[in-house]
Design a binder for this molecule. Structure first.
Ligand SMILES: [Zn+2]
Length: 249
């Protein structure tokens, strides 16, 4: 399992893309969050990493939550796939994996832009663009050969962190979250942890992560960073778009 970092920025970034990543296994690709401008986000990071991937190759998308810097790319991704499928019916509808509260709200967020007349006279629905699959905190999911567990964080809207397990290796993904000891404990068994780090009550302060024990800090890679984040000011690794994380057994 390899994790390609697509974007490391926050909602206000002028120089990065929204925090997102692409998992690659021998069974497929999984996009973690879908910021705008998603096609450029994918193109730039995959070029840096030497991966040959575009949106048509991605059939699974996990949406951690509905803040725009994590989901605004769904519109463009969904439109392009729908138009392309008109000529390439072999392409599957992209599977959209999210928790029930996100599933309940995602179409009301997308519909003002994507609710379009269909050939049969009806208006399009979410199911014309995406194959919705529920993530359940009590039950692991298998996506592209990766066993995926999720846990709700204390972000202001329903948001999950992820544990991604494949071939005996586990990567933890904090999702957007204020510092929470129970969330850190849940992530701590992972071989590598991608943890958000930003300002304000909805996010985790660098100082809070700096207070963690050394063995945990060694695993933590920082993401969702403000543009003025000082990567030299911490021993934890600040991620950059194009980085590939591939922890080994
Ligand atoms: Zn957020």
């Amino acid at each position: 399992m390899e994790l390609l970092i697509l974007g490391v920025g926050d909602a206000f970034t002028r120089k990065n893309f929204g925090t997102s990543a692409l998992i690659r296994t021998d069974a497929g690709l999984v996009l973690i969050d879908c910021p705008d401008p998603i096609h450029r986000v994918i193109a730039e990071a995959t070029e840096r990493a030497g991966w040959s991937v575009e949106a048509h190759d991605i059939h699974d998308i996990i949406i951690t939550h509905l803040h725009g810097d994590h989901c605004n790319g769904l519109e463009s991704f969904g439109f392009l796939r729908r138009m392309t499928r008109a000529n390439r019916p072999d392409l599957p509808l992209p599977r959209l994996h999210c928790t029930q509260p996100v599933a309940d709200r995602v179409w009301s967020r997308l519909a003002p832009a994507m609710d379009s007349p269909m050939a049969d006279g009806r208006r399009s629905t979410l199911e014309d663009y995406f194959d919705l699959r529920l993530l359940d905190p009590d039950t692991p999911s298998e996506i592209a050969g990766v066993t995926i567990r999720c846990r709700f964080t204390r972000h202001p809207i329903p948001t999950i962190g992820l544990l991604l397990e494949h071939g005996g290796i586990t990567i933890g993904w904090s999702g957007d979250t204020p510092f929470e000891s129970d969330h850190i404990d849940w992530l701590s068994g992972a071989d590598l942890i991608v943890h958000e780090c930003n300002r304000g009550p909805a996010h985790t302060l660098l100082e809070e992560l700096e207070d963690l024990p050394e063995d945990l800090r060694r695993k933590i890679h920082l993401i969702h960073l403000p543009d003025d984040f000082d990567a030299e000011g911490t021993t934890m690794r600040a991620l950059r778009a194009g980085d590939v994380l591939a922890p080994a057994n």
